[in-house]
Design a binder for this molecule. Structure first.
Ligand SMILES: Cc1cc2nc3c(=O)[nH]c(=O)nc-3n(C[C@H](O)[C@H](O)[C@H](O)COP(=O)(O)OP(=O)(O)OC[C@H]3O[C@@H](n4cnc5c(N)ncnc54)[C@H](O)[C@@H]3O)c2cc1C
Length: 399
């Protein structure tokens, strides 16, 4: 197994390290929680795009760097920013999910209008998929849209809409042909959040912040040209977005950097007069978590090899989301236990360590295990489509 990337890539890595070293004082701190990008974040994003360290393969005409796809360079960029613990640019549902969806399924006019302001942090997006009766079984969604005078008129309710309280736009799934089977007749529409008829009610999570919302829609008027792909073929478009959402979750290089931080806690905190690292119990737990994280990293390298050979990795891609999000929670459990009673404090306490980031992570990670398709659903897909196990019985099929 050859794990080296070769001289061309090592030169690229060296240039990137020099860039980070020289410019990191301009970078905003790696963010916690969600908010609309501010000037500091937008300026940093601009600098990264100009050097090709983010939005690298997005064509120049849409505001990106315009490089040919080179997955190894993408991996090196991710590794180096994580290693240096420096902000790697804007992320979120617009850049991470809507932009690749428009590149695959949007028309030219939509790409020209929305990609540039999205990647520069001027338009912030939210995702309107889930409804009170449609989460894991997303295709059951009931929010509907009829067409009148060149507009969709949308009525219904969405839930768990992350960031809807500060989003400028929403990509939303609506039922446009109610007479068709449930996976057909769904359309994927881009909706301005300032349109009359949209009411956003925040939902407070256990982190104490209102990160997501209920979104009520009453006669919301959206021009028909805002549909992505064809009307009634939104399920296919929605799945492009989901593929990119799952790809964003469970990144092993971030987990490896968290292992380093936990190691520092174990070296600095003491129990019964001994450093925690000298207690076999804590050492064992950290080594076990490190072994799992290394396994995930090698799994990611295997996926990378498939991509380089233009092979479809199939459902093995889903392991990253399932395993990575579960492991992330396990790491924050270890950190909190190592912090002992200090681990029970939260933001605002003068004695809290690392600004309460471990406590926040521990609660937020539970959400990541659920969002983008729960662990149970990922396991169903892996077992049915990957391992060929019997499909679970569907209610509609039982007589
Ligand atoms: C932090 C966070 C952010 C989110 N952000 C957004 C967002 O921005 N936009 C958006 O549209 N949605 C968002 N969601 C919603 C998310 O996509 C849904 O919560 C998720 O798809 C699960 O749907 P549900 O909550 O309706 O749970 P349900 O589908 O009702 O599931 C409840 C439980 O039953 C299990 N279950 C369901 N079906 C099966 C089955 N067939 N086999 C085995 N177990 C099953 C599930 O795994 C789960 O444990 C977010 C969720 C979280 C937690």
């Amino acid at each position: 197994m050859d794990l080296s990337y070769g001289p061309e890539y090592e030169d690229f890595r060296a240039e990137l390290r020099a860039f980070i070293e020289k410019n990191q004082h301009k970078a905003p701190p790696p963010g916690m929680g969600m908010k609309h990008p501010e000037a500091l974040e937008q300026d940093w994003q601009k600098l990264l795009i100009e050097h090709g360290y983010t939005c690298r393969t997005i064509p120049k005409k849409y505001g990106g760097y315009g490089a040919e796809p080179d997955i190894l360079k993408t991996v090196i960029i991710q590794d180096e920013f994580t290693r240096a613990n420096v902000n790697s640019g804007l992320s979120g549902q617009g850049i991470g999910m809507l932009v690749p969806t428009l590149l695959e399924n949007g028309n030219e006019q939509q790409r020209e209008k929305y990609i540039r302001p999205t990647i520069y942090g001027e338009i912030h997006w939210c995702q309107g998929y889930s409804e009170p009766g449609a989460g894991s079984d997303l295709a059951s969604l009931r929010t509907n849209a009829r067409v009148e005078d060149g507009h969709f008129i949308i009525n219904g309710q969405k839930i768990w809409t992350s960031g809807a309280h500060f989003a400028d736009m929403c990509f939303i799934l609506v039922r446009t042909e109610p007479e068709k089977p449930k996976h057909e007749g769904i359309s994927y529409i881009m909706m301005d959040m300032k349109t009359p008829g949209i009411e956003v009610r925040p939902l407070v999570t256990m982190t104490g912040a209102a990160e997501f919302n209920e979104t009520f829609l009453t006669d919301v008027k959206v021009p028909v040209e805002n549909v992505v792909g064809k009307r009634g073929e939104g399920w296919k478009v929605a799945n492009t977005t989901l593929k990119h959402e799952r790809g964003m979750l469970g990144d092993p290089s971030q987990l490896l950097s968290r292992i380093e931080s936990i190691l520092k806690i174990l070296q600095n905190e003491t129990l019964d007069g001994k450093r925690l690292i000298e207690h076999a119990m804590y050492r064992d737990r950290l080594i076990a978590a490190q072994a799992k994280t290394e396994a995930l990293k090698f799994h990611s390298l295997r996926l990378l090899s498939h991509t380089l050979k233009n092979e479809d990795p199939g459902v093995s891609r889903l392991i990253v989301k399932y395993y990575g999000t579960t492991l992330s929670r396990e790491l924050s459990d270890i950190a909190l236990e190592a912090l002992g009673e200090l681990g029970q404090l939260y933001m605002g306490s003068p004695h809290v360590r690392s600004h309460g980031s471990w406590q926040w992570r521990n609660m937020f990670d539970l959400g990541l295990i659920i969002g983008g398709g729960t662990s149970q659903i990922q396991k169903n897909i892996i077992s049915e489509r990957g391992l060929g196990m019997p499909r679970e019985p569907k209610l509609a099929e039982t007589k």
